[in-house]
Design a protein around this ligand. Structure first.
Ligand SMILES: *Cc1c(COP(=O)(O)O)cnc(C)c1O
Length: 218
């Protein structure tokens, strides 16, 4: 596995407006440094504790993205530095992120995680829950968060048309919300992983989260 080459190849494949988040979960700091030394500075982690440890060890110009489930009581640990939280799935969590962001004098960018897969296990809200959250009066008061878009994961399947349909419905929903709400920057659609990023990009992804195609299997 040549990490630098994998990243270069991926970046050549995707349009310039698509951001590549290199998913470094389970990989040690040395491995992340291989990507960093090749010029890549955007990394995704799914566990709070692991992300904090890596943040402490690694260069401070890295953008850390939290892509895994976030418990309310853990927000305070990542609030000082997290760049984007992809996995917001409740108003309660959003309020806590706002509170901790304010304590740190910053605004934290967030994505709402939408459940599009058939599996029961995946986290996230359904379309109605997202609309209800965005329509909630409470949202107005949250001055230290910025809802930048949506994140979703397709069903884990070989069936490409299932994956495409799920991404397409999320992209349509994303565009609908974008046209309805008045947020200045609702511009991120985080869909696509190693197995399905090509389909995701075709369906409108602006941010892909790729782990094994860069770092090898976990
Ligand atoms: C692990 C993970 C990824 C990356 O998966 P790969 O198949 O290794 O590319 C992307 N998104 C989330 C939410 C993940 O947990």
């Amino acid at each position: 596995m040549n990490i630098a080459e994998n990243i270069k190849k991926l970046k050549n494949e995707i349009p310039a407006y698509v951001t590549l988040v290199a998913v470094s979960k389970t990989k040690p700091a040395e491995t992340i440094m291989e990507a960093y030394n090749a010029g890549h500075k955007i990394f995704g982690e799914n566990k709070v504790q692991e992300m904090i440890e890596k943040y402490e060890q690694l260069p401070k110009d890295i953008q850390w993205h939290l892509i895994g489930h976030l418990q309310t009581n853990k927000v305070k640990y990542i609030a000082p530095f997290v760049h984007l939280i992809h996995s917001v799935d409740s108003l309660k969590l959003l309020k806590e992120i706002d509170k901790q962001a304010a304590k740190n004098n910053r605004t934290i960018d967030c994505l709402l995680q939408v459940h599009i897969a058939k599996e029961e296990t995946k986290f996230g809200m359904d379309f109605n829950e997202v609309e209800a959250l965005l329509a909630s009066e409470d949202i107005e008061a949250l001055k230290n968060i910025s809802i930048r878009g949506l994140m979703g994961m397709a069903t884990f399947t070989e069936n490409k048309s299932t994956i495409r349909n799920e991404f397409r419905s999320l992209a349509q929903f994303f565009n609908k919300i974008k046209s309805e709400i008045s947020y200045p920057k609702f511009d991120i659609l985080s869909i696509g992983m190693s197995g399905d990023y090509e389909i995701a990009v075709e369906e409108g992804s602006t941010m892909i989260r790729v782990g094994s195609s860069i770092f090898g299997s976990r």
